[in-house]
Design a protein around this ligand. Structure first.
Ligand SMILES: [Zn+2]
Length: 310
C-alpha cells in the first residue's frame, strides 16, 4: 500500500525525504517542515517520531537524524514518519516559541487551518502526520540552560498500553492533561503517544542523544516494527514535583547531577557570593530524584535551580 503525505509518496521498501509546505516568509521563501518516511517491506503499525516543537530543543533533532539514516526499509514491518524540526521558525531563531506570532506550538494542537503561522504548522502536522499514525513519540529537552534527566512523560489519562510499556526508560513522569499539547491531541484522536524529555535546550549532548535513541529503538522492538528482543525494566514513576528556588543571587555550584537520588536535607548545591565571599547552601526538602538542574551559574534570588521528583 502506498502512503501519501501531502505530495510525498512512498512505496513499500522505500525511504523518502520530503517536506510539508506551510506558508511563506516575507521574502516569499517557503516555510517547510521536513519529513522522512520509511515504509517497510512488511506490514505493521505506523510510528511518528517528532522533535523540536520547541525550537531550541535539538537533542531530538539529532536523534531523528540518526534514526532516519540508520533504519533500512527492508528490515521494517510498518512505517516510520520522522519530523526532526516540527517548528522550523522557532528552530531557525534558536528559541522555544515561534518569533513571528509569539506562540508556543505545544499549546496550539490540533491546530487551525485559518489561524496564525504556528496554528497552521500545528494543523499541517496534525492532519498530515499524526492522524495517520498509530503511535507517536514527541521529543523535548529542558529549557535553555536547564538540564533534564532522560524520561518518558505521559498523561494520567493515557491508554493503559502506554502506561505499562516503558521498559527501557529508567524514569516515567505522570502528569495531568496539558490542553493544546501534541501528545494530548494525539491521544484524543486515538494515537497512542508519549513525550521524551532529554538533556538541555540549546545543546547537543551525546549522553542524552544515545539514551533516547536506545529507548526509541527498544520501543520499536516492542512494537515489532523492527526485529529484536526488547529490554525489560520496571521504571521509576515520578508524580510530585518540587521546585527548589534560589534563596540568594550569585553563582550556582551544583553538588548533584540529574538522575541522582537524594535524601531530605541533602546538599544540592551552593550559591557563592563573589562580593562578600559568603556561601549559601541549598538543600532538598524531601527524599526524591534529581530530575532537573539549572546549568547556567549566574543565578538570581528566587530562580529555579533544581527540580526534585518523588
Ligand atoms: Zn519542549
Amino acid at each position: 500500500m502506498k502512503i501519501i503525505i501531502d505530495q510525498i509518496k512512498v512505496p513499500p521498501g522505500k525511504k523518502v525525504r520530503g517536506a510539508l509546505k506551510v506558508g511563506e516568509l516575507p521574502d516569499t521563501s517557503e516555510i517547510m517542515i521536513p519529513v522522512t518516511i520509511i515504509n517497510g517491506t512488511k506490514k505493521g503499525p505506523t510510528l511518528a517520531i517528532i522533535s523540536s516543537v520547541h525550537g531550541n530543543e535539538v537533542n531530538g533533532a539529532e536523534v531523528c537524524f540518526r534514526i532516519a539514516n540508520s533504519i533500512n526499509p527492508e528490515n521494517l514491518s510498518g512505517k516510520i514518519i520522522i519530523v526532526p524540526i516540527a517548528n522550523p521558525l522557532a528552530y531557525n531563531s534558536r528559541i522555544r516559541k515561534t518569533p513571528q506570532d509569539e506562540k508556543d506550538m505545544n499549546r496550539c494542537f490540533p491546530g487551525n487551518k485559518e489561524g496564525s503561522i504556528t496554528q497552521k504548522m500545528a494543523y499541517t502536522l496534525y492532519n498530515n502526520v499524526i492522524k495517520g499514525s498509530d503511535f507517536l513519540i514527541d521529543i523535548h529537552s529542558g529549557s535553555k540552560s536547564f538540564r533534564m534527566v532522560n524520561f518518558a512523560k505521559i498523561f494520567d489519562e493515557s491508554d493503559s498500553f502506554i502506561k505499562s510499556k516503558f521498559f527501557g526508560f529508567k524514569f516515567v513522569k505522570v502528569r495531568t492533561t496539558l490542553e493544546g499539547s501534541l501528545t494530548h491531541s494525539a491521544n484524543e484522536s486515538g494515537v497512542k503517544s508519549f513525550c521524551i524529555e532529554t538533556g538541555e535546550g540549546g545543546r547537543l549532548e551525546e549522553e542524552f542523544i544515545s539514551e533516547t535513541l536506545t529507548n526509541i529503538i527498544n520501543f520499536m522492538k516492542y512494537l515489532k516494527i523492527i526485529e529484536g528482543v526488547p529490554k525489560s525494566m520496571e521504571p521509576i514513576f515520578l508524580y510530585n514535583e518540587e521546585r527548589i528556588l534560589s534563596p540568594k543571587g550569585g553563582l550556582l555550584v551544583p553538588n548533584v547531577d540529574v538522575g541522582q537520588k537524594v535524601r531530605k536535607r541533602t546538599v544540592l548545591g551552593e550559591i557563592h557570593n563573589p562580593f562578600t565571599g559568603e556561601k549559601e547552601v541549598i538543600k532538598s526538602n524531601s527524599e526524591g530524584w534529581v530530575v532537573g538542574i539549572k546549568r547556567e551559574p549566574q543565578t538570581y534570588t528566587g530562580e529555579k535551580t533544581f527540580l526534585i521528583y518523588h
